[in-house]
Structure formats: C-alpha cells, structure tokens
Design a protein around this ligand. Structure first.
Ligand SMILES: Nc1nc2c(ncn2[C@@H]2O[C@H](COP(=O)(O)OP(=O)(O)OP(=O)(O)O)[C@@H](O)[C@H]2O)c(=O)[nH]1
Ligand SMILES: [Mg+2]
Length: 332
C-alpha cells in the first residue's frame, strides 16, 4: 500500500469496506480516486480503482434496469460502540457461547449444529466503553449465509473460532478459511484492500482456539498448527469456563486502535465522564467536533484541553491531535 495516502483517502477506504449499498460503494471509490496521489507508484492502484468504479456503475445500472433496489444487504446491523468485531467459525465452535460470555446478549447455545441462523449483535464492555460483537451463523463447505460477507468486510476485527473439543473441529476451521479464500472477502493478519484488485478485502483476524478445558484440546491445536497456513494472532480460551477471556477482551479493544475523549460544557464544572467519545488514534479536535455535531466543524474556535500532553485547560486549535483520556471543552 503506498505510504503517502491522505487521511481523506483512508477514511473513504474504510467507508468503502463498510458500505452497505452499491451507491455508497461508488461514492467512496470516487473519493478514493480523487484523493489518490497521482504518480508512478500508485499506477496499479489507480487502474484498479478505475476498473472497480466502472464495474460498480455497471452493477448499479443493471440493478436499476432489472428493477432491483441497488445493492443493499438483506440483514443490516448498524455499527455501534468503539468498533465492531465479527465472530466466525464452523458449527458448534462456541461462537454463541463466546458472545454470551463476553456481552449481556443471550444467544441460543446448543450442542447440535446450525443453532444460530441469523447474525445477532451484542455489546462487549471494556473499561468505560463498549465494543460491538456480531455472532454469525456457521460457515461450512455447504453453507455461508450471504450477509456474513458484509459483516466481515464491515468489521474492524474478525474472531475465527477453532473448536478444540471435537476431532472435526480442526477440519471445520480449515474449511472456513478455505471457503473464504475462494471469495473476495478474506481473513488476514491486517485489515486492507488488495492494491491490485480493490474489490478484494482482508479483515484483520484473531484465531480463537476454544474449549481448552476439554481433553485432547492441546493435541488438536498442535494438529491445526501443522495443517493451517495462517499468521493470525492466537488466543486459547474456554468460553464456558471463562479461561483466557480477559486477555482476549483486552486484545480486542487494543486492536481497534481508538482513543477515548471526554467532553465538558463550558457552563459545567465537571466533565461528562460516563460517556466518552471514541475516535481512531491520531484523530484531531476537528474530528471530535465533527462527531459531536456537523455544524461544530465550521464553528469550532478552540477547545480547552485537560490531558497527558498539555497543561490543564490549555486552549488548542482544531488540528490538535487528541490523546487517550483527554477532556475537551469546546468553544464555538
Ligand atoms: N466444554 C466446553 N464446551 C463449550 C465451550 N464453548 C462452547 N461449548 C459448547 O459447545 C456447544 C456449541 O456451542 P455454541 O456456542 O452453540 O456454538 P456455535 O459456534 O454458536 O454453533 P452454531 O450456532 O451451530 O454455529 C454447546 O454445547 C456449548 O455449551 C467451551 O469453552 N468448553
Ligand atoms: Mg451459534
């Protein structure tokens, strides 16, 4: 990926990955093409973007002529919280049990296959923020609920679950990877779009080896390591016995690479410490203003900041790069 892509390009790229309709995809691709630095090093990427734009326009047109409403996925779950994590795996891997153990959601958990038939969201607490988790129906060689592609593309992180409690678990997990590798929505070490083929999206993935409380679990994990070609960060857990869950919870939050910012009204003595805003690491005061209200972007004069990088109450301009746990008092 060329190093000198602008923040606007990167934002559009993220929005493209999370787009829920062809029209939205097209808008993002057009911004990406407009924003991409035009030099030899980006020739491939420019060509790929142009090809993708042409194809998306064609798809929109053919949807229109066939009377279909453009694009939309059948099942939508709006993004919420500090980030979105999708739980994937073969049947019985413990996806729903993990969801139940990490959030307040109460999905159906059962020893028989294909228990989960529709994706379901839940919110995982981490300190004073929440991360959205989406439990999905199983992926098998014969079954992949179409909406799952959108959830993988739209997620900041995927958890690929390996069932260490059953001899079929290893094969089932390998089958999930193979199944996705045959599509344009794939699991990767990092989240990115393929430079030569913009339609090919990778989502950062953790391997979550579950049911380590059961006999034979470690032997199965060893077999998996021998057979699987993967570079994902790995976590060993028991979702029912709650082993390894705190380590996983922390890693999930930190993988999102976000910061928390608290706000304070000029008229109030104390900041609102209950509901921080979460923003991508590196965000500025202007980004925060945009998140609070779109009118704030043009109206922002300065904000007084309390935080680790400045003296308490220092007035800072819109380009100030925020730090985790900053308190901002916005003046328009
Ligand atoms: N011993 C043990 N059993 C577990 C663990 N996690 C899940 N299970 C059991 O495994 C079975 C399947 O769990 P689910 O959470 O329903 O699995 P799933 O991946 O959601 O399955 P589908 O919805 O069918 O795809 C249930 O009987 C769970 O109680 C674990 O860590 N240890
Ligand atoms: Mg389930």
């Amino acid at each position: 990926m060329p190093a000198n892509l602008t923040p606007t390009y990167l934002k559009a790229e993220q929005a493209y990955r999370q787009a829920q309709s062809l029209d939205e995809e097209l808008r993002c691709l057009q911004v990406m093409l407009q924003e991409i630095p035009k030099h030899k090093g980006t020739d491939h990427l420019q060509a790929s973007l142009k090809a993708k734009i042409a194809k998306t326009k064609k798809d929109i047109e053919s949807d229109r002529t066939s009377g279909k409403k453009s694009g939309g996925l059948s099942i939508k779950i709006p993004r919420q919280g500090a980030g979105t994590v999708v739980i994937l795996g073969g049947t019985n891997a413990g996806k729903s049990q993990l969801m139940a153990s990490m959030t307040r959601a109460t999905p159906k958990v059962a020893p028989h296959p294909y228990t989960t038939q529709l994706p379901q969201p839940g919110m995982m607490p981490w300190e004073d923020v929440f991360v959205q988790m989406i439990d999905t129906p199983p992926i098998t060689p014969d079954f992949l609920e179409p909406s799952t592609y959108g959830f993988i593309r739209g997620a900041d992180l995927a958890l690929l679950m390996l069932d260490l409690g059953d001899d079929d678990g290893v094969e089932n997990c390998l089958a999930v990877m193979e199944r996705l590798n045959a599509t344009r929505t794939r699991l990767g070490k990092e989240t990115c779009l393929d430079e030569d083929d913009i339609g090919l999206a990778f989502t950062k993935t953790f391997l979550v080896a579950n049911k380590i409380d059961l006999p034979g679990a470690m032997e199965r994990l060893e077999i998996f390591h021998e057979l699987a070609d993967f570079e994902f960060e790995e976590f060993q857990i028991s979702a029912t016995e709650k082993i390894g869950l705190e380590e996983l919870r922390n890693a999930i939050y930190h993988s999102l690479d976000v910061i928390r910012v608290y706000t304070k009204l000029p008229t109030s003595k104390t900041p609102d410490m209950d509901r921080p805003f979460t923003l991508p690491n590196g965000s500025t005061l202007l980004d925060l203003a945009a998140l609070i209200h779109k009118d704030y972007v043009s109206q922002l004069k300065y904000a007084k900041i309390w935080g680790s990088a400045v003296h308490d109450g220092t007035p800072m301009k819109g380009d100030y790069v925020l730090n985790d746990k900053d308190i901002a008092e916005i003046h328009c």
